[in-house]
Write a protein that binds this ligand. Sequence first.
Ligand code: 5GP
Length: 111
Amino acid sequence: MTIFKRIINREIPADIVYEDDLSLAFRDINPQAPTHIVIIPKREIPSLADVTAADEQVLGHLLVVARQVAEKLSLTNGYRTVINCGPDAGQTVHHIHVHLLGGRALGWPPG
Ligand code: 5GP
């Protein structure tokens, strides 16, 4: 079981900023920006490489949640969403997630 599933199950604590039937959003434990939120589906999908047409609704939902959380946390000057997939992208938790980063100017391209 991944650490994110344990957060969904409330087996380990997290600073949760949003929850609904399909998704959960919480503060990253190792923030890379003043605001760094992780948005996950409650359905266990390991990575973007595993998604199918059956996941379209939940994947779209994660971006709608990203917008709602960005608004709630007053990221009025912009923000970035990131989905790391696989070893080259540095994915460390194998439960698909959208990073929401903001609160400072972010460099581009990423490393
Ligand atoms: P990835 O590198 O897989 O794209 O992102 C995983 C993210 O999950 C990392 O930014 C990491 O800091 C965060 N993370 C890992 N374990 C925990 C945890 O137990 N709690 C929280 N809140 N974030 C975690």
